[in-house]
Design a protein around this ligand. Sequence first.
Ligand code: SF4
Ligand code: SF4
Length: 138
Amino acid sequence: MEDTKDYIVIVQCHLVVERCSGYHCERAFHERTGGFAGYSKEKAYRSLYLTCGGCCGLPLHRKLSNVVRKAKEKEGIEKDRFVVQLASCITKDNYHGPPCPHLDYLKGLVDKLGLDVCEDTSIGKTAERRRQEGIYAG
Ligand code: SF4
Ligand code: SF4
């Protein structure tokens, strides 16, 4: 599915980015690792980094709606060329805390807009080991 997309909207936890630059997300995308492993290294995707806007994540609906509408108006980009990539701080237990308690709600918002969604961005070795050891829940 990833190779049919041109425009990746990376969504990060609003609370976590108060203390995270998002460097590991950007690096994972640059290197096509973790949640980005399915994207071609040869293709120059458009990408946009957003936060959910804060709990419960409702602002994400408006943000995504805005980008999809603008891209269509200004460049004729159809919504099926978009994919929303939920960052690992939303989808997984990690250094910053447990996964988002509103994960299903966020996915529902994306679905309501008719956009495809994928999970995970950066998958660190230490965090993966801790998940396997049960230190992080999943
Ligand atoms: S996944 Fe990691 S690097 Fe990306 S925004 Fe969340 S905490 Fe920061
Ligand atoms: S809704 Fe989830 S992703 Fe958004 S700020 Fe709250 S915990 Fe973070």
